[in-house]
Design a protein around this ligand. Structure first.
Ligand code: COA
Length: 393
């Protein structure tokens, strides 16, 4: 396998972007990534040999399918009838697109590949958004009986509280931390500070989860450009390498899990990623994690091996995952504050890791960061992608 580098990144602002269409978001992030990669030599759309796009459900959200063709047609990438492929894995669509692009370059099939992530969710009213999202769970055995994504994660939260004594305050502290980080991210959907009391006062969505425990409904796109190490050096000296990228699966339905508080997909993918990169949790300097609901971040601390099972609540309480803590989680603001356009999230996480490793994250910079990780999950953890990145030093 060849060494794979990220040579360019681009990302739109995340939020309710009613003045921009699906294709405008895609083009904006794509052009930014091409420009970002062109430090020493101009990277043009026609230099991209293949492209992957992660999207969960433009069919339901925007009545538009075939986004791979849109990407090829409107971004100019893959000019010359080269292949473009759409990848769907619910909220892990972006991560799975990254995984496939990584394999395509590592295997030697292509030298330069683009990975886009895109979702525009705010064109529908809330009820329809909730219904579209729950198609990532088991429609026949879960959604039919009335569950929604907030309620599935509420069940995980209740079980975690029951088994390990995790408290409402610990859950709320995850949201407070991520809003604090997002305050410094110019591309975040929410740039406002919140307190634990604000979380307690926000409306109940699915008990015990309140509005401020949830990631929002968002529009946005992100693009990264991958290249093999030799090609990469022709375009830029600001290289970030993918040291490992692993994908794993768990049951589609939460009802089939042995343990509601463990995502086996995350445990498996992170094990493979650590082994491939020959690293351990203590070597990771920060993590961009999939905090779709506050409980998901606490479970990520545990499933990624940063603490023992059941100690996740203590990690946030003790400040270990703050931006200046032992292992900062979500310096970007995470899904909670940065926003969660579902298919774009896995690629946006990679954008943040790259900015952090290039020391371009300004006021939210994790000091001295050399090794970063991203953790992207689909559904209730039915799909997981864990990626480890390293700075070229
Ligand atoms: N965090 C913080 N503020 C939020 C928010 C969130 N998650 N969601 C909405 N808001 C704010 C809005 O900005 C708005 O503020 P304003 O009145 O100052 O303009 C206000 O709350 C009401 O917004 P609205 O869009 O009417 O909220 P809603 O009740 O329709 O939706 C949720 C709230 C929590 C139901 C929705 O955000 C949601 O479904 N989140 C989960 C998404 C999800 O499941 N993703 C997949 C994960 S696997």
């Amino acid at each position: 396998m060849r060494k794979v580098a990220i040579i360019g990144v681009g990302m739109t602002k995340f939020g309710e972007l009613w003045d921009k269409s699906l294709r405008q978001l895609l083009v904006e992030s794509g052009l930014e990534a091409l420009e970002d990669a062109s430090e020493k030599r101009t990277l043009r759309g026609k230099d991209i040999e293949a492209a992957y796009i992660g999207n969960m459900s433009a069919g339901l959200f925007n009545e538009q399918e075939h986004l791979a063709a849109m990407l090829a047609d409107y971004t100019g990438m893959t000019e010359g009838n080269r292949p473009a492929t759409k990848v769907e894995a619910a909220c892990a669509s972006g991560g799975v697109a990254l995984y496939n692009a990584y394999l395509a370059v590592a295997s030697g099939r292509y030298n330069i590949v683009a990975v886009c992530g895109l979702e525009k969710m705010t064109d529908l009213l809330s009820g329809s958004v909730t219904d579209a999202l729950v198609s990532a769970a088991d429609r026949e055995y879960e959604a039919f009986y009335g569950v929604t994504f907030p309620s599935l994660y509420a069940m995980m939260a209740r079980r975690h509280m029951h088994d390990y004594g995790t408290t409402l305050e610990q859950l709320a502290l995850v949201a407070v931390k991520n809003h604090r980080n997002g305050y410094y991210n110019p591309k975040a959907q929410f740039r406002r500070l919140i307190t634990v009391e604000d979380v307690y006062r926000s409306p109940v969505i699915a008990d015990p989860l309140r509005l401020l425990h949830c990631s929002p409904v968002s529009d946005g796109a992100a693009t990264i450009i991958l290249a093999d190490a030799k090609t990469a050096k022709k375009y830029t000296d600001r290289l970030v390498y993918i040291l490992a990228c692993a994908q794993a699966s768990d049951t589609l339905g939460l009802y089939n899990r042995k343990d509601l508080t463990t995502m086996e997909s995350v445990v498996s993918a992170s094990k493979v990623a650590y082994e491939t990169a020959r690293l351990k949790p203590k070597d990771i300097d920060f993590v961009e994690a999939h905090d779709c609901f506050t409980i998901a971040e606490i479970m990520a601390y545990e499933d990624l091996g940063f603490c023992e099972k059941g100690r996740g609540g203590k990690m946030i309480e003790e400040g270990l995952t703050e931006i200046d803590g032992e292992i900062p989680f979500n310096p970007s603001g995470g899904l909670k504050a940065k926003g969660h356009p579902v298919g774009a999230t896995g690629v946006a996480q990679a954008v943040e890791v790259v900015l952090q490793l290039r020391e371009e994250a300004e006021q939210r910079q994790v000091k001295g960061a050399k090794i970063g990780m991203s953790h992207n999950i689909g559904g209730t953890g039915s799909t997981a992608v864990v990626t480890i990145y390293g700075r070229d030093v």
